[in-house]
Write a new protein. Structure first.
Length: 382
């Protein structure tokens, strides 16, 4: 079961790591490995959400998502999107950006370094909004209750996450952006650039979120129509056209999943710029991670164990919040990529350990319930 589900991911991992060694030696190997772990840790909640929707789809649309969806995720969001970011930020054409990355690495790195404040502001705001929308939402299961309970109460204020994000952006523009790091060790005032890029990141998040909400509403409408048609057909004693109904609803599911996947891909792609500017290494690392996310989605669907480790989603979002802060700090200060890459792993590991403790506590108590807030409080240990 494990080999059947993760076989392609294992193969892509081996090929990707070997390619990294040939491309840049063992240092490149380490960077690709860190990026792979980073993408997996940040996208675990994506896999959970995907699995929850994918299990409703028929076999045909599941295959479409796991084939066409992989091509879009790996080659679209993980390869093309980084080139677009560099091209826009450094004011280059896409072909010129790709050519520089291969043929004039020193000049390419200089341009990316000078463009880093705008990249960091854009990505930092996008990631921060993901984290804030999660942390301000009232949830039945809470991990760090001493943080999450009061913030959930504050989250009842409309547009609070947007207000907090704009305050953070303003502070960043007035502090780290005034002495933004440039190539050669120099510094420059990039306050206006950071403000503009940060607002662009915020707008992008709101647009993507709006599209996701639109497709989700369409999905709910189609499911309601499907149920009504099935009930009418049963009353009339007629067979239900399962292929047409399932296909129509599944089509909206597919669109919704692709928008969701794109939105979750932003954090991995943007976060990768905090670790490396090499597009080849970025594509290899994020591509490997994307394959594991797809395999994990299939595994969760087939095993039906989406609720076993309930704090992993929390850990992933805390990792996103930490990465957002790191990106904003790197506008002025250099932070070692090992530190950046380790933050997500530590938080995911901590949330997994807390989930295991919670499950053991519930089992010791007789296995009653399993989704209540009180049990989450007892077993989380925090």
């Amino acid at each position: 079961m494990l080999l059947k589900t993760f076989g392609w991911s294992f193969a892509v991992t081996a090929l990707g790591l070997v390619a990294a060694v040939f491309y840049g030696g063992w240092q490149a190997f380490g960077i690709v490995a860190i990026l792979s772990v980073l993408e997996i840790s940040l996208s675990f909640d994506n896999a959970v959400i995907n699995a929850g929707i994918l299990k409703k789809m028929n076999a045909f649309w599941q295959k479409i998502f796991l084939t066409v969806g992989v091509l879009i995720a790996v080659f679209g969001m993980r390869l093309v999107f980084p080139v677009v970011i560099v091209a826009i930020s450094a004011q280059l054409g896409p072909i010129e950006a790709i050519d520089l990355s291969f043929n004039d690495a020193d000049r390419y790195k200089e341009l990316v370094t000078d463009a880093h404040p705008s990249i960091a502001a854009f990505g930092g705001m996008f990631l921060l909004m993901i984290f804030l929308d999660f942390i301000f939402e009232d949830r039945d299961i809470q991990w760090l209750r001493w943080i999450e309970r009061p913030l959930a109460k504050l989250g009842k204020v409309d547009m609070l996450s947007v207000c907090v994000a704009l305050i953070v952006l303003l502070v960043a523009a007035m502090t780290v952006a005034t002495q933004a790091h440039q190539h050669g060790g120099g510094h420059a005032d990039k306050a206006s650039t950071v403000m503009l890029s940060g607002i662009a990141g915020l707008i992008t998040y709101l647009v993507v979120g709006g599209l996701s909400g639109y497709f989700e509403n369409k999905l709910e409408e189609e499911e309601e129509r499907e149920q009504e048609a099935e009930e009418e057909a049963k009353k009339a004693g007629k067979p239900v056209s399962g292929v047409l109904l399932a296909g129509k609803a599944a089509f909206f599911m597919f669109l919704y999943l692709e928008v969701l996947d794109a939105s979750f891909s932003f954090d991995g792609v943007i976060g990768a710029f905090a670790i490396t500017n090499e597009i080849v290494l970025m594509a290899l690392g994020l591509g490997i991670g994307a394959m594991y996310v797809r395999s994990l989605t299939v595994y969760l669907v087939r095993q039906g164990t989406l609720d076993d480790y309930v704090y992993l989603e929390h850990g992933a979002h805390y990792a996103i919040g930490a990465l957002a802060g790191i990106l904003l700090v790197t506008i002025q200060y250099e932070i070692n990529e090992l530190i950046t890459g380790s933050v997500g792993v530590i938080l995911i590991g901590w949330s997994f350990w807390s989930s295991v403790r919670r499950n053991k506590a519930i089992e010791a108590a007789g296995g009653e319930g399993g989704g209540s807030d009180s049990k989450a409080e007892v077993s989380s240990g925090v």
